[in-house]
Write a protein that binds this ligand. Structure first.
Ligand SMILES: [Zn+2]
Length: 239
């Protein structure tokens, strides 16, 4: 038999006991929050989208950035680092934005308070602080107005939307966010009753496979259901 010969065990071996080891624990709580108001129908007219930043005057602490809807090229974009293809698309789609607008899109999109394919976001810093590199801290409240062209009426429907969050949380953020949102809605309401700009009802044929391409501004809508160009509001006719 030699060296490797089998010995019959006298009794069953004892159950292996889990070893107690000293472990260092790691944990991060990342929390995002957002609030959105009801949508308000804005007065018709070609200038209505461009009027959104003015509505945030006196509310936004920084110059207002306008983020247009995402084109079909970025249909799979998602702020998810573990999915590189989606993450690359997301970074590409938002690389031209400033740090505040990019943070706002990331937070609002993550909690699904924003539909990037249809919403135009006019946003800025609404409360809180930036870090030394100019990025919003977790206690910053960002956002402003999200607007989309209503599929039934062709009106621009605008709502107040604010978001916050990251690695940390503050007890008073929710209350501050409610206050800022109320200020946005008040300003939106006065803009909504200010009376229509010059109305324009133009219908033009759209082209494009899969989605629709706006002949006015060239925007390639990512979904078939777009009846009004998500970017400029031009009415699109399906071929
Ligand atoms: Zn367009």
């Amino acid at each position: 038999m030699g060296l490797f010969g089998k010995k019959k065990p006298v009794e069953a071996p004892p159950e292996p006991q889990p070893e107690v080891v000293d472990a260092q624990d790691y944990l991060v709580r990342i929390a995002y929050g957002a609030k959105s108001s009801e949508g308000l129908h804005m007065p018709p007219g070609p200038a209505v989208l461009g009027s959104l930043p003015a509505i945030l005057a006196g509310i936004s602490l920084t110059p207002v950035e306008v983020v247009p809807p995402r084109t079909v090229d970025f249909a799979q974009a998602s702020p998810d680092l573990e999915r590189p293809s989606e993450a690359f698309q997301w970074v590409s789609a938002n690389s031209e934005l400033g740090p505040i607008a990019r943070h706002a899109v990331m937070v609002l999109e993550t909690v699904e308070a924003l539909d990037p394919a249809f919403d135009t976001l006019a946003c800025g810093m609404l409360a809180g602080e930036l870090d030394t590199a100019g990025y919003p801290r977790f206690d910053a409240i960002v956002g402003g107005i999200a607007a989309h062209w209503d599929e039934a009426t062709g009106d621009l429907v605008a709502r107040g939307v604010v978001g916050w969050g990251g690695r940390g949380i503050r007890g008073d953020t929710d209350r501050v966010a409610s206050r800022v949102l109320a200020a946005i809605v008040t300003s939106l309401k006065s803009a909504a009753v200010a009376g229509p700009a010059v109305a324009e009802d133009v219908t033009v044929p759209a082209r494009g496979g899969g989605g629709l391409v706006c002949p006015s501004c060239g925007f390639a809508a990512g979904r078939e259901r777009a009846f009004y160009c998500p970017k400029c509001g031009m009415r699109l006719l399906r071929a």
